[in-house]
Design a protein around this ligand. Structure first.
Ligand code: URA
Length: 228
């Protein structure tokens, strides 16, 4: 982890104040003054700020039920951030393991542990994401096979990885994918001549959405371990 991030994660300081203190020589790493904020440090190192040993806050692992009209960003932009109506602290340290569009609802996993979220987002880990999709037109019948074979989306160099389609009714389906290309679900249905009207994520890996819209909870130890 970068030294400035370590200092922020161990104190109430913001990034600018942490950098200033580091550059002024107030921080030692294993008893040596370190003035480069981008120096890489490890939790096993002894890091002191003005003589006080720093201990980073433990990693957080959060499940949230995202509302439509919020964005998967740490700050408000055109729409409010999904953090804006929560009482979560230090949200600047958190990132989202697989973003949803502003109009998409459902399950979002949030953490400050980059190694853990990598297992969720990288396609080589084959972590399943299940979406409930409302469509503008009835399913034709060949979509499941085409999604299983992989669809070449516009602007991509490789087809999508095999995906599973379960038809609940002609305009209401479940799609399971293991990657997260930009607008992937919408683009997949567009490629087969349909249009996504509603989109909701129900499951990531073994974790199911079980809180009300707008609510969040910490993941259990078992849920955290299921992505390792
Ligand atoms: N695919 C999309 O098109 N949008 C999302 O929000 C998630 C997956």
């Amino acid at each position: 982890m970068r030294l400035d991030k370590f200092v922020c994660k161990s104190t109430a300081l913001n990034r600018a104040n942490a950098i200033q203190l580091i550059q002024n020589g107030a921080v030692t790493v294993n008893e040596q003054v370190e003035t480069h904020e981008f120096a890489q440090v490890h939790e096993n190192n002894t890091i002191r700020l003005q003589g006080h040993t720093l201990t980073p806050r433990p990693f957080r692992y959060i499940l949230m039920h995202k509302l439509a009209g919020t964005i998967c960003s740490n700050i408000d932009e055109v729409y409010p951030s999904l953090f804006s109506a929560t009482n979560l602290e230090h949200t600047e340290e958190l990132h989202i393991a697989g973003r949803l569009d502003a109009d998409t609802t459902g399950l979002v996993l949030i953490t400050d542990d980059g190694h853990w979220s990598f297992n969720i987002t990288t396609p080589t880990q084959h972590c399943e994401k299940v979406y409930r999709v409302g469509l503008s037109r009835p399913i034709r019948g060949d979509e499941a096979e085409r999604f299983k074979q992989g669809i070449m989306l516009q602007g991509e160099s490789k087809p999508t990885l095999p995906a599973k389609l379960d038809v609940l009714s002609p305009q209401d389906v479940l799609l399971t994918i293991t990657e997260g290309k930009f607008h992937q679900v919408k683009r997949m249905f567009s490629a087969v001549g349909n249009r996504v009207v509603t989109l909701h994520r129900d499951r990531i890996g073994e974790v199911l959405l079980d809180v009300d819209a707008g609510e969040w909870r910490y993941l259990s130890d078992e849920e955290i371990a299921s992505f390792r």
